[in-house]
Design a protein around this ligand. Structure first.
Ligand SMILES: *Cc1c(COP(=O)(O)O)cnc(C)c1O
Length: 369
């Protein structure tokens, strides 16, 4: 008899269900028996611009160093981020995507007997990492699909170690303004670490969203996490970072794998940060695509949640699973979000003008069936 390694796993892990990712293009191409080029994927909030040529050039320049371990301290990238944002390098922690940062936080501060507070419909990494650490998830009901910050404050107790806030939130796209956020940070107990997840902030401009980095001096219990995987277009390379007090960063660094960010990702991130134009173009395409989708959805008499990300949660007003299946048959991959407690919604990432048009046309066809 072989041992049952599921029941031998630590309790938090036994109850985990794996994160569901967007369906890969190749997988759907195999299922439909068609060319991958005929499929569009608007399922993982990826950048539709394609790779930045300056990033590709930086990667090519690094290839001859592939036999060497990366710089485990990420010196150059941290220096660049520090300079860009007026921080000290000691405040920055690099991650293998910002998911890695979220996981590091959970492993450093969550454990059985402790809890994390976050909103219903919040990003799936929060419950996952909390559960894996054996801690309790305190899920606070949403208000109009957005974070109820007063409710979250009430949910905090003596055992609360971490609060996760995504601004904007994925998959809802809902966001918090400066006033709401400040008033929340003013009232959170100092011993509770607040993770402000700003994975999409670069898609916004001006004061469309409060900039979490501006609050670090005022709130030593704040950690701001960001990523280069979305607006900077480096999803496949996996690179993100957090900014926090040097002490919080020091704790994260004790648990962080020394080479969690690979050498290609390090040089790519530096090159990406130097190219404001790519970012501006991404913002422009996102803004235009958002308007295009909103207009198309309105013509289909569908509702959606207003979003400050590069995606929209569309409410079909009925079980979204058959609609999703129909879209897949049309070669269009979007994301069902029943797992987020939103079974009548599909989340669609904003693509190029052609991709958005193809999605809208496929949706029209499927709804007419
Ligand atoms: C996509 C996303 C992330 C992180 O993605 P990485 O690819 O790991 O950088 C973090 N938070 C939210 C809310 C996201 O949507």
């Amino acid at each position: 008899m072989s041992a049952d390694f599921l029941t031998l796993a630590v309790p938090g892990v036994q109850k985990l269900s794996p994160y569901v990712t967007g369906k890969p293009i190749d997988e759907l191409a195999r299922e439909l028996g068609i060319e991958p080029a005929r499929i569009i994927k608007l399922a993982s909030n990826e950048n539709p611009l394609g790779p930045n040529p300056r990033v590709l050039e930086a990667i090519r320049g690094e290839l001859s160093e592939l036999t060497r371990y990366p710089d485990g301290s990420g010196f150059r990238l941290k220096a660049k981020l520090a300079e860009r944002f007026g921080l000290k390098s000691e405040q920055i922690t690099l991650g293998n995507g910002s998911n890695d940062i979220i996981d590091l936080v959970a492993r450093c501060w969550l454990a059985p007997g402790r809890n994390a507070v976050f909103s219903a419909h919040a990003f799936a990494a929060y419950p996952l990492c909390t559960q894996a650490a054996g801690a309790e998830s305190r899920v606070v009901p949403a208000v109009d699909y957005g974070h109820d910050l007063d409710g979250m404050l009430e949910a905090i107790d003596e055992q609360t170690a971490v609060v996760f806030i995504a601004n904007p939130n994925n998959p809802t796209g809902t966001w918090l303004g400066a006033q709401a956020l400040e008033s929340f940070l003013d009232r959170v107990p100092e011993r509770v670490l607040v993770v402000l997840d700003e994975a999409y902030i670069e898609f916004t401009e001006g004061d469309e969203l409060p900039n979490g980095l501006n609050y670090l001096d005022r709130y030593p219990n704040l950690l701001v996490s960001r990523t280069l995987c979305k607006a900077y277009g480096l999803a496949g390379l996996r690179v993100g970072y957090s900014a926090s007090s040097p002490q919080i960063a020091d704790v994260l660094n004790r648990v962080r794998q020394p080479f969690n960010v690979n050498s290609l990702a390090l040089v790519a991130a530096c090159a990406a940060l130097d190219d404001e134009q790519y970012l501006a173009e991404g913002r422009r395409v996102n803004r235009a695509g958002m308007a295009q989708l909103e207009q198309g959805l309105a013509e289909l008499r569908l509702k959606w949640i207003p979003s400050r990300g590069n995606f929209l949660a569309v409410d079909l007003g009925r079980d979204a699973a058959p609609i999703n299946a129909g879209l897949l048959r049309e070669g269009v991959i979007v994301r069902p979000i029943a797992g987020y407690g939103m079974p009548t919604f599909l989340r669609v990432s904003i693509g190029t003008e052609q991709e958005n048009a193809r999605f809208l046309e496929a949706l029209r066809v499927v709804l007419d069936q």
